[in-house]
Design a protein around this ligand. Structure first.
Ligand code: NAD
Length: 378
């Protein structure tokens, strides 16, 4: 089977789906690997590195796409990429399938089978394939670094002959994968960290990392499969009142609040931004899904009311070496779970296969995707 890796075309994307080390592993498992020239360049993996690992480096983009049995990518295919997919071939990448119905239509026309990395069930058996976690974990780290970099202040307490600098205060919204790593990173840098989440069970995790959990006196989110699905109005109102008080003191605010399949809740209003200290920084990690801050703009840094608001939607791409290394491990583990070099197993009732398969034999078969698309069509 020919496994091919195209160069990512999304603006600002530095990651690549396979690293030379993982290429070696796939070749050892019997696959042939072809990679587009310069696909790994921005992640510091040269064509020579891939050749040394045993891959064939291909110059022509459409050659990569149209001669692959399996395509491995980071970002969802664009319309023009989907049109290059060979009839009946297989594609694995992040898809956020409900956001690309036009692409799904083309892939179905071509009877391409697609598996989405963001749809891999979050069960312990699939932890090694969990690219959402691996990338979001890095993003949580980078959010703190980006916030610290934009701030005119240091994070730790510093006692000098010229005077004492008190530690920075960091407020984090959401203690999921991104939030927990952000807490750990901000603590390592010496900040005082406060955290809000709708899931009361996160309190213990927050505290074990040295953060202070802001408890809201109301029932939190309705849970499903470990995710918050719905948040009560009462909770949001009480949370807003508490945040209004705390946010005034903060130097850096990192927002990661998300309920999957929904627009991100707006938790930092313009009035709250106005109340913040001059020179403080907000890093809105949920900007891709509409943003947790009313003033954030996707892929732009804006300054409003003397507050710097960072809306970078692709933080993992700013750590392309580690992000590619972890992603390559995730995607190759999924591939080796689904297939051998002889072909795909198509175990349709198996949980990981069923959970991540988006299109198959000309139809979109993924239940969650179909539910969201049906809601959007109404
Ligand atoms: N900007 C980037 O580069 C980048 C990279 C990766 C992930 N992300 C984004 O970061 C966000 C978090 O990702 P994750 O994997 O940690 O998600 P997650 O589902 O693990 O965590 C989200 C957390 O937000 C909490 N939450 C929901 N509503 C809330 C509310 N009203 N107040 C406080 N907390 C609330 C949830 O309970 C959950 O703990 C997502 O929006 C994701 O798309 C951004």
């Amino acid at each position: 089977m020919i496994v091919a890796v195209p160069k990512e075309i999304k603006k600002g994307e530095n990651r690549v789906a396979l690293t030379p080390d993982v290429v070696k592993l796939l070749i050892k498992s019997g696959f042939t690997v072809r990679i587009e020239s310069n696909a790994g360049q921005n992640a510091s993996f040269s064509d020579e590195n891939y050749i040394a690992a045993g891959a064939e480096v291909v110059q022509n983009t459409s050659d990569v796409w149209s001669n692959a049995d399996v395509l491995l990518k980071v970002n969802p295919p664009s319309v023009s990429e989907a049109k290059m997919v060979k009839q009946g071939s297989i594609l694995i990448s992040f898809m956020y399938a409900y956001t690309i119905p036009d692409v799904l239509a083309i892939l179905n026309e071509r009877k391409a089978a697609t598996f989405s990395m963001d749809a891999v069930p979050r069960i312990s058996r699939a932890q090694k394939m969990d690219a959402l976690s691996s990338q979001t974990n890095l993003a949580g780290y980078k959010a703190v670094i980006a916030g610290a970099n934009a701030s005119g202040k240091i994070l730790p307490l510093m006692m000098t002959a010229a005077g004492t600098i008190s530690p920075a205060k960091v407020l984090i919204f959401g203690a999921g994968v991104a939030g927990l790593q952000a807490i750990a990173t901000a603590k390592r840098l010496g900040a005082i960290v406060e955290v809000t989440d709708v899931r009361p069970e996160t309190k213990e995790q927050v505290e074990s990392l040295g953060g202070k959990f802001l408890t809201v006196d109301a029932a939190g989110g309705k849970m499903e499969g470990g995710y918050a699905r719905e948040v009560s109005k009462e909770f949001l109102e009480k949370q807003q009142a508490l945040i209004q008080q705390r946010i005034k003191e903060m130097d850096i605010v990192i927002t990661t609040a998300l309920v999957p399949g929904k627009k991100a809740p707006v938790l930092v209003s313009e009035d709250m931004v106005k109340s913040m200290k001059s020179g403080s920084v907000i890093v809105d990690m949920a900007v891709e899904w509409g943003g947790n801050c009313a003033l954030s703009q996707k892929d732009t840094t804006v300054t409003a009311h003397n507050v710097i608001i960072i809306g970078e939607s692709n933080l993992p791409s700013h750590l392309p070496v580690n992000a590619s290394e972890l992603y390559a491990r995730n995607i190759s583990t999924l591939l080796l779970h689904l297939a051998t070099s002889e072909g795909f197993k198509w175990e349709m009732e198996e949980e990981i296969t069923k959970g991540s398969l988006i299109t198959h034999q000309g139809a979109t078969v993924h239940t969650f995707t179909n539910e969201i698309l049906a809601k959007m069509a109404k």
